[in-house]
Design a protein around this ligand. Structure first.
Ligand code: PMP
Length: 376
């Protein structure tokens, strides 16, 4: 039997979503596909909490979505403030610099995010853009995005958030918080197979794009080429620039219908509850988290190995039936592991995971499971 996949993406899929991947071949201009794609684009506005947003869905991974956001907002010489949270904030720096931005990274040690005051001090020097990794999957750090966004608007900067490890699982209210662009990939909290790059752009971001002096430095990621396509499908018409990932879009459509049937408020709350239960279970086993309490994400949990143990125990966890992920933050890499519980995770999956960790790492049997049940 295949082990339960509990890594921070890709996640386990609902069977209806997998079945949608097996939809017989459709033309990307067929009536059926036009309806599914158009509805999915509309539904994304609800998922991102951005009623005034323009959605982009193109074939690609999360990194492609990062480029689809950055390439259109940054021109050579633009100043960008970036909050350091770990591995994925460094990737954001690489992308910003690749597109010509002068990046002012506000540093923070592993397991935390920069203070709002430090970010505001950097913004005071003038910047076109504030870029934030909402949840950094390398450390499990949740950044205070709403507070950062408020600071950015006090200084006239656009706000761009990498929501790859948050959208659909971690509370994110784009319009209420004043976040201008959010990006994600399909394989995380949206619980769709990898292959779709998703970006939501609110009016100020589109305005900045239309006011560009320099052409977009990426052909594939140019909003100017994709915008007419997205607008057409929203109006239930076909248009072509690059072939959509047709079957991934069928799967996205199915998953979004399930997500909206639950509702975003209920989904955010359920994930927060699941996260609290898992973290309580880990604490009862004496496992310490990487982030301090103020920065703990809901979508995943990052834990130091028990005293004297290391990554070799993860193999026994897999043998017990659960696949987990190792560390990703350079200096700490060998000292911690990561558990993803976004998307389709249920309380039973978390209890199974805790039981597998107890068995593999020789921890008090049942202690984590009991504490998690209690918290749940
Ligand atoms: N940003 C974050 C926060 C991520 O977690 C990831 C993937 N783990 C990425 C960007 C890159 O996404 P992908 O691997 O799909 O290119």
């Amino acid at each position: 039997k295949r082990p339960l996949l509990m890594i921070p993406g890709p996640v386990e899929f609902e069977s209806d979503v997998l079945a949608a991947m097996a939809t017989p071949a459709h033309s990307h201009v067929s009536a059926e596909f036009i309806e599914v794609f158009g509805q999915a684009l509309e539904d994304l506005r609800t998922v991102f909490a951005a009623p005034d947003g323009t959605p982009f869905v193109i074939p690609g991974s999360g990194t492609c979505a990062m480029e689809l956001a950055v390439a259109n907002l940054v021109e050579p010489g633009d100043r960008a403030v970036l909050t350091e949270t770990g591995y994925f904030s460094w990737r954001m720096r690489d992308l910003l610099e690749r597109h010509g931005a002068v990046v002012d990274m506000v540093h923070a040690p592993a397991g935390s995010a920069p203070s709002v005051e430090a970010v505001e001090a950097a913004l005071r020097k003038g910047a076109k853009l504030l870029a934030v990794t909402h949840v950094d999957t390398s450390t499990g750090v949740l950044a205070p995005l709403a507070e950062y966004a408020a600071a950015a608007h006090r200084h006239g900067a656009l706000v761009l958030a990498d929501g790859v490890c948050s959208v659909g699982g971690q509370e994110l209210r784009m319009q209420d918080w004043g976040v201008d662009v959010v990006l994600t990939g399909s394989q995380k909290a949206l619980a769709v197979p990898a292959g779709l790059a998703l970006v939501m752009a609110r009016p100020a971001a589109l305005q900045a794009f239309h006011a560009r002096r320099a052409p977009v430095g990426s052909y594939y990621a140019d909003w100017g080429l994709w915008l007419p396509v997205m607008e057409a499908y929203l109006e239930r018409k076909a248009a072509y620039f690059g072939t959509p990932a047709v079957n991934n879009v069928f799967a996205l459509g199915t998953s979004l219908r399930q997500i909206l049937a639950e509702g975003m408020e209920a989904r955010w709350q359920r994930h927060a509850r699941l996260s609290r239960a898992f973290k309580a279970g880990a604490a009862a086993l004496g496992l310490e988290q990487i982030p301090a309490e103020a920065y703990q994400a809901v979508t995943l949990t990052t834990l130091y190995y028990p005293q004297g143990k290391d990554a070799s125990g993860l193999k026994a966890v897999t043998e017990a039936g659960v696949t987990l992920a190792g560390g990703l933050y350079p200096d700490l890499k060998a000292r911690y592991f990561r558990v993803g519980h976004m998307g389709t995770a249920r309380i039973g999956d978390l209890l199974t995971t805790l039981a597998a960790i107890e068995a593999a790492y020789d921890l008090p049997r049942g202690a984590g499971v009991a504490a998690a049940q209690q918290a749940w």
